[in-house]
Design a protein around this ligand. Structure first.
Ligand SMILES: Nc1ncnc2c1ncn2[C@@H]1O[C@H](COP(=O)(O)OP(=O)(O)OP(=O)(O)O)[C@@H](O)[C@H]1O
Ligand SMILES: [Mg+2]
Length: 238
């Protein structure tokens, strides 16, 4: 929390990581909003599970919070910063594991390069990683179980291996808020169990998490809130 305050100067409400008030979002070229009148507060330390059927608006909600989509009404604040106007300040504290993560077999980047991209927004263009940062990249890859693949081209990895690398890219940033969109989708049962425990551990150490998952068998034990969406609206909260 101090990290944010010293960076942000005037945090508007230091207990709320994500604030959404009556938010509706429209995709380019569409007439009907994909999410309508969404109001949601995610507090520091929350581990929120976002559920709902295909097309309910879960990914849209996350991408709206990140300032990636056009907000047609309402207000979004991320760590007190207005989205989209101040998104580059807010995004310093955030990591995102997208639902659609698979890379082409022709992708030239290695696993190490991809994880290092997680640190890029905090560095000057073309600035090299420090020794500490290189060590951190290897550490997070070991933690997610793919340390031995560090020099391989990302596109030549299996789906589950790539998903682990994308999770490592999110973790290397030590985010204050972590958005996970179906982070278990390509993992085997052991991988799901391990990652579920890892996310709980990360949350226990202070990272706020918003996770989309269909898999009711692997709900991390630290989950303290559940929000269900349907047809672009929040229909249930607990
Ligand atoms: N790029 C896009 N352009 C136009 N409409 C879109 C686009 N992406 C999603 N939508 C629409 O927005 C609505 C919500 O989609 P969204 O991807 O948020 O659902 P979801 O809850 O994440 O579903 P899933 O469980 O399948 O991932 C759907 O009706 C979908 O058709
Ligand atoms: Mg989705």
């Amino acid at each position: 929390m101090d990290k944010v305050k010293s960076f942000a100067g005037d945090i508007r409400d230091s207990r709320i990581a994500l604030y959404m008030e009556n938010v509706s979002t429209l995709y380019a070229g569409e007439k009907k909003p994909s999410i309508f009148n969404i109001s949601l507060k995610v507090r520091y330390g929350d581990f929120l599970l976002l559920t709902g059927p295909n097309g309910a608006g879960k990914t849209t909600l996350i991408e709206t919070a990140l300032g990636l989509l056009k907000i047609i009404s309402g207000r979004v604040l991320l760590f007190g910063y207005h989205i989209p106007e101040e998104k580059y300040k807010a995004l310093h504290f955030v990591s995102y594991v997208p639902q659609d993560f698979m890379k082409s077999p022709l992708e030239p980047y290695t696993v190490k390069d991809v994880v290092a991209m997680g640190l890029a927004s905090r560095k000057e263009p073309f600035e090299k990683l420090s020794r500490e940062e290189r060590k951190k990249v290897k550490e997070v890859l070991d933690i997610v179980g793919v340390g031995e693949l560090i020099n391989k081209p990302i596109g030549k990895l299996s789906g589950g291996q790539q998903q682990r690398v994308i999770i490592a890219r999110a973790l290397v940033r030590d985010p204050l808020l972590l958005f996970l969109d179906e982070p278990f989708s390509s993992l085997d049962p052991e991988g799901r169990e391990y990652m579920s425990d890892l996310f709980s551990e990360i949350n226990k150490h202070g990272t706020t998490i918003v996770m989309v998952s269909h898999d009711k068998n692997y709900i991390p034990h630290r989950c303290n809130r559940m929000v269900e969406m349907m047809n672009g609206k929040i229909v249930r909260e607990s």
